[in-house]
Design a protein around this ligand. Sequence first.
Ligand code: 6PG
Length: 253
Amino acid sequence: MKETSEDMAGAAADLYAADCLRVTGEGRNFTVALSGGKTPIDFFALLAVDSRLSSFAWKKTHIFWVDERCVPPEDAGSNYGNAKRVLLDHVPLDPGNIHRMPSELPPEEGAFFYERELRKFFDCETGGIPRFDLIVLGAGADGHVASLFPGYELSAEGGPLVVPVKGGQPDVWRLTLTLPVLNSAEHVIILISGHEKAPVVRALMGKSTWEPPARRIRPESGALYLVIDRAAAEFEGNGSTGLSARKEGFREN
Ligand code: 6PG
């Protein structure tokens, strides 16, 4: 648990840099999928000036999106547009390493083409699930992650990797990675800030019977890092340290 949302951004940047430097240091491409919304903006801004991330590391980095509103990139609600403004325009990423969701297409088509791009990039065109090195999620006060909103039939194994969904705030068509992709990642960070989301943290820590979509984030063989600020940890008063999880269990770290 961090005191403020700025502290959270620093903790997320530390986790990101550790993963990026580990993977690129092994000579592999670092694959990361980013969420949108307001919470990760401070995190993106820190990454843009993080001296640990060499130009070599950026050259080996491939950025994807967890979800995207079906609006033009220049729209203020565009997750890609906001990441571009705060991060992508400030780091030496090759354009071919930026894999934005085709939000300008009709939703069904956008989902089809992004799934095809994922399967080709991760060499799983005949089946299987892409395994990202890192996926960065936010969470809504309603307990959604990505664009997997309460009441939405979460995809089971063998389903699509990318689906069109209408909902959220703003209530627009979106493209989103499905649960199997999120749970296939090596590391997942969920960034949660603000008192209004304390019930989501409580659910994620198994301290309530509420089962929001966020609770379905359980990396099969990876680790889950819950990065929260004191306001989101208010349910216990003294908050708690950051959590990491392997499979079902949570453990303090
Ligand atoms: C989106 C995001 C979404 C976001 C949550 C939290 O497109 O809206 O990807 O999943 O992470 O809605 O949003 P805030 O960070 O703005 O609270």
